[in-house]
Design a protein around this ligand. Structure first.
Ligand code: ADP
Ligand code: MG
Length: 346
């Protein structure tokens, strides 16, 4: 009953609870693991610089890149496509598209073999990125993500994409700290970019350049170390970690897979929902304990009285009518107490 009221209350406050256990465990959480892109940041990144190399012109690079990225759902991909549209470039079609999660994209555009992604991914394609490494690092210093573009086996350039940090991210991190919670950031993005974001938010621990399977492994490791872990994320790459955390929290602005893997979804990806979920969890669990207490008291008193415990001394016996009333009254008081939860301010 309390859980039902709690779930309803959460829904009103933009905290959608799919799994009652998530609500139960949320109050015990001592570690919050967060994904960067789309969770701490808006997830609406935009292109801030295009650096072309190897003789290709900047617009041409962006046009081909957009052709490949149009097939991807990744926020970085959408930024590249939007940038090309803003420059009125005619975006070509792609064939043989592939997107290894957390690495980048591959495909053929206008008969040219294209790959876009992080340095490791481009290196996997046998393409040297070191010529542009310095440029890329300079772009990353301000929190931008630098992705490399490989064209027919040669480096074609680097594109910087920046994503604004969510406006309330800092205050949510601060409040979680006040509650004694440790905050760990996980990202498939580069360490320089990750650090810049983590430092500006005061995050305790950063893991960068990691793959989806590593996110999952890290959550498992924290759990094995005795921590109660909530994981917040938005992407396909976060789904395994969301499913294995004690409490999975998906951003409503994110992918369906993330939401399906998580016990809690925050409407509009509003991070302060994490704080509301905790408050709700505490209130709900307190309410459940009160109800157990109420039911216990009724039974502890009622059962002996009904059995005639007070008869020898006081001549009191329970008439069946009174017993029936007491019985219902115990349920009524539990329900009544559960309904009190509706008055909790989130
Ligand atoms: P996060 O963990 O921050 O959400 P992802 O795991 O989705 O990031 O991506 C990790 C990295 O892989 C990105 O920083 C980028 O370098 C690269 N990447 C992934 N998808 C794409 C794409 N569609 N286009 C370019 N690069 C990509
Ligand atoms: Mg993400």
């Amino acid at each position: 009953m309390s859980i039902m009221v709690g779930v309803g209350k959460g829904a009103q406050a933009g905290v959608l609870i799919r799994d009652a256990q998530a609500l139960e465990r949320m109050e015990k959480v001592d570690t919050v693991v967060v994904d960067k892109t789309g969770t701490l940041t808006e997830g609406r990144p935009s292109v801030t610089a295009v650096v072309a190399a190897g003789g290709i012109d900047e617009n041409e690079l962006l046009r081909l890149a957009a052709g490949l990225e149009r097939a991807s759902e990744h926020p970085l991909a959408r930024a590249i496509v939007r940038a090309a549209e803003e420059r009125d470039l005619a975006i070509p079609a792609v064939t043989g598209f592939d997107s290894p999660v957390g690495k980048g994209v591959l495909g053929t555009v206008e008969r040219r073999k294209l790959a876009i992604g992080n340095a490791a991914f481009i290196a996997e394609q046998g393409v040297e990125t070191s010529g542009l490494a310095h440029q890329a690092d300079r772009l990353r210093d301000h929190g931008a993500t630098a992705v490399f573009v490989a064209l027919d086996g040669h480096i074609g350039g680097v594109i910087a994409i920046a994503d604004r940090i969510k406006q309330n991210a800092r205050s949510v991190v601060d409040e979680l700290h006040r509650q004694g919670i440790r905050i760990v950031m996980l990202t498939g993005d580069n360490m320089t970019t990750a650090r810049s974001v983590a430092d500006s938010l005061g995050i305790d621990e950063v893991h960068a350049d990691i793959l989806p399977a590593d996110k999952h492994a890290l959550v498992e490791k924290l759990k094995a170390g005795g921590r109660v872990v909530a994981m917040a994320g938005d992407g396909v790459n976060d789904a395994p970690a969301l499913a294995s955390a004690d409490v999975g929290i998906a951003m409503g602005s994110g992918t369906d897979i993330a939401m399906e893997s998580a016990g809690i979804t925050l409407l509009q990806g509003d991070l302060s929902g994490i704080l509301r979920a905790r408050k709700l969890s505490r209130a709900t669990m307190r309410n459940i304990r009160q109800n157990l207490f109420l039911a216990f008291v009724y039974n502890a008193a009622g059962v002996p009285i009904a059995a005639g415990a007070l008869y020898p001394q006081f001549g009191i016996v329970l008439t069946p009518i009174f017993a029936a009333a007491a019985m219902s009254l115990s349920s009524v008081s539990v329900v009544g107490n559960a309904l009190r939860l509706r008055r909790v301010k989130l």
